[in-house]
Write a protein that binds this ligand. Structure first.
Ligand SMILES: [Zn+2]
Length: 161
């Protein structure tokens, strides 16, 4: 479910959630709303009706296909603490994504230790629960990676032309 789609820029540019009932993908307008849905998806599955004026009868907003690269998040990941921003960058070889957090002061934090140190040194943010920072990255869906990217690790050829 929920996913987000990378682009040539290798940053997430579209957030989407999949309806539990009709399996259509619905565009989610902001990272914040997306994270809210993702954090509760296990107890509160996403359905089309959650989008205002939308129902399962409406056409999907986007299709899961290789016209864009899809990455699928782990359900239940916590919502990013207020003031911080979670950022994901797709590696050049499309092998995986890397996660980091940007603090309210614009600092980039790349590990749980860096976050703990930042919160320790900045008591203003001590209300941000350490457990709500997660470096669990979404899975890059290999079948949506542009052709040629995986050619460097050739699979056994079937021998037909
Ligand atoms: Zn639906």
């Amino acid at each position: 479910m929920k996913n987000a789609a990378g682009t040539p820029g290798r940053l997430i540019d579209i957030y989407a959630a999949q309806c539990e009932k009709c399996l259509k993908w619905r565009k989610i307008n902001s990272q914040e709303v997306y994270e809210e849905i993702r954090s509760k998806i296990q107890e509160d599955p996403f359905v089309c009706e959650k989008r205002e004026g939308m129902s399962c009868g409406d056409a999907g907003d986007l299709d899961y296909d290789s016209s864009r690269t899809w990455v699928i998040d782990k359900p239940g990941l916590p919502k990013t603490p207020r003031g911080f921003k979670r950022s994901l960058v797709l590696r050049k070889d499309y092998s995986k994504m890397d996660a980091y957090y940007i603090t309210p002061t614009g600092k980039k934090l790349k590990s749980r230790n860096e976050i703990a140190a930042f919160i320790d040194a900045n008591q203003d943010y001590k209300s941000a629960p350490l457990g709500d920072f997660s470096f669990t990255v979404p899975k890059v869906m290999e079948d949506t990676v542009p052709c040629g990217i995986y050619e460097r690790t050739p699979k056994a050829s079937k021998g037909s032309q």
